[in-house]
Design a protein around this ligand. Structure first.
Ligand code: 5GP
Ligand code: MG
Ligand code: MG
Length: 185
């Protein structure tokens, strides 16, 4: 699939590359200030948060460490069930560490809520969340999120790490898909 084909699959650009990059720099400045003098571990949730972690880590002046977790929601269908399985655990012992979970998007919040409980039980010194996107109308469990890039409408979005059937993750912006992609015609 070349760039022109990808363009045909797009309905609209919701957040441009420039807007995303400016927001990442804003979040990084807040995080730099909040964790000044502290030893911070960024925990990226695979695969969607890869772009966010890569950009955020480079925008930070703090010398952070990075680690990754991969989790999968159990259950049939496309909706998150809240029952989660760890596909890849952290390599790092987070006991006594300042941990910042980095997410691509918070939709129902069920996956993240489970992850929070799981990481809390490992007794980190602190545990906060940074997400590029959040859908306030889709949330099912209230979660205190310290750093939010953009609140967006309850629509399915792609790009900047987010996929549809494992495609479009490499788009540098956030967009919505044209209906013909879903219907397969
Ligand atoms: P939650 O447990 O918050 O419902 O699910 C979060 C996960 O669902 C995200 O990490 C992401 O993988 C997926 N997801 C939720 N909303 C969207 C969306 O609009 N687009 C894409 N591509 N994935 C989404
Ligand atoms: Mg995610
Ligand atoms: Mg996905």
């Amino acid at each position: 699939m070349d760039a022109a084909d990808m363009g045909k699959d797009l309905e609209k650009v919701l957040i441009s590359e420039d807007e995303l990059q400016a927001k990442i720099k804003e979040l990084a400045a807040q995080i730099d200030a909040d964790y000044s003098g502290k030893d911070l571990l960024l925990v990226g949730v695979l695969k969607g948060a890869v772009m966010v972690v890569a950009d955020l880590a480079r925008a930070l002046h703090l010398a952070v460490q990075t680690d990754w977790m991969a989790v999968s929601s159990y259950g049939a269908g496309t909706k998150s069930s809240g029952v989660v399985r760890i596909l890849k655990d952290l390599d790092t012992d987070i006991t006594g560490r300042h941990v910042l979970i980095v997410e691509d998007i918070i939709d129902s919040g069920l996956t993240l809520s489970w992850l929070l409980d799981n990481l809390k039980s490992r007794n980190p010194a602190s545990l906060e969340i940074c997400t590029a996107l959040r859908k306030p109308d889709a949330i099912k469990v209230p979660i205190a999120v310290k750093y939010v890039g953009f609140d967006i409408p309850n629509e399915f979005v792609i790009g900047y790490g987010l996929d549809y059937a494992e495609r479009y993750r490499n788009l540098p912006f956030i967009g919505t898909l044209a209906p013909h992609v879903y219907s397969g015609s």
